[in-house]
Design a protein around this ligand. Structure first.
Ligand code: ISE
Length: 331
């Protein structure tokens, strides 16, 4: 039988997931849709043949719901994820896990009381074929000891509310998870360098910024975050090891020569073109795992670590200092 899913929050990401679950993903049926905006919920529900449940907690508890996908605003996550744990239902939660370190750690502890993980985080890059290849190359020793990770994260444009702190919490959070995934260790400090801002940035917003992370063993990770490049969606990662280096994020760029004697290529305009496959794989594997009552991907600890690092990152933006990441013990 299909896994019956409630989608909470059908803004851009939730509607994107609801459509994917209803069309491309096998073995899944969205039975319930919930959103703060009743008209938006009704529209998506009608499109995919689901039922609207106006209260998110009723949606989680609904007898026709086996698993829950959370794409509501971050401030709603703590209560909704806890309700999924209470109901024993697997949940795929979009970032952030919660909006503060303490509530994220409370979820880590709550899940640790169960006999199996139930909370998966929507860090979809872990399902991107190129990131998986890079990860395998590192773990198989192909690059020797990895010394440095260089990340580039550019968006063509973003809404006005993307200020420096939001850029850390919403955009840099992906590189936080990538660095932890690739190097298989925690991030211990964050420093943010603010240079000249693009004239496209609102007053007071540092766009671009260079973020520098240190890891437990002392490795360095850099991230250029530039969300108003005006060009395209460019996400690249290079790992420099003692036995060579490898870079991903270029192969979606078709290189071609033209009769006028020039060469060039195309770059992905947005996240759907760049990470569409990763989202589909993420959802398909989550559905398969949720049918077994569990998850298959980054978990509650990864969500907690990301919140802790981003919190330090926000402090680093404010102070200009190198800020240590404060984390509790892993249960
Ligand atoms: C956004 O929230 C995302 O998740 C995108 O992947 C990222 O590129 C963008 O910068 C974020 O703000």
């Amino acid at each position: 039988a299909d896994l019956r899913i409630a989608v909470l929050g059908v803004g851009m990401m939730g509607a994107f997931h609801a459509d994917a679950l209803a069309t491309r993903v096998k073995g899944a049926t969205v039975t319930v849709v919930n959103d703060f905006a009743a008209d938006k919920a009704a529209e998506v529900a009608a499109r995919i043949g689901a039922r609207v449940v106006a209260d998110p907690f009723e949606a989680i508890a609904d007898p026709e719901v086996d698993a829950v996908l959370i794409a509501t605003p971050g401030a709603a996550h703590a209560g909704q994820v806890q309700a999924c744990l209470d109901a024993g239902k697997p949940v795929l939660c979009e970032k952030p896990l919660t909006t503060d370190i303490a509530s994220s750690y409370a979820l880590v502890q709550a899940e640790a009381k169960l006999d199996r993980p139930l909370v998966q985080l929507g860090f979809m890059r872990r399902f991107d074929a190129e990131y998986v290849t890079l990860h395998d190359l590192i773990t198989s020793g192909g690059l020797g000891n990895p010394l440095l990770v260089h990340c580039t994260h550019r968006n063509p444009t973003v809404p006005e509310h993307f200020n420096s702190e939001f850029m850390i919490r919403d955009s840099v959070v992906h590189e936080v998870d990538v660095a932890r995934f690739l190097l298989d260790e925690e991030i211990t400090s964050v420093q943010v360098l603010r240079g000249v801002a693009t004239s496209a940035a609102p007053e007071g917003t540092n766009d671009p910024m260079i973020v520098v992370f240190e890891t437990t063993s002392g490795r360095l990770v850099t991230d250029e975050i530039y969300v108003r490049s005006g060009i395209a969606y460019e996400v690249r990662t290079e790992v420099v090891g003692e036995a060579g280096s490898a870079m991903i994020g270029l192969d979606q760029n078709l290189v071609r020569t033209t009769t006028d004697g020039r060469w060039g290529g195309t770059i992905t305009p947005g996240f759907v073109e760049r990470f569409g496959q990763a989202y589909d794989t993420e959802l398909q594997r989550w559905v398969a795992a949720a049918k077994q009552g569990t998850i298959d991907g980054p978990g509650v600890w990864d969500g907690y670590a990301a919140v802790a690092v981003c919190e330090a990152g926000v402090q680093a933006v404010r102070t200009g200092e190198k800020v240590p990441v404060v984390m509790e013990a892993r249960p």
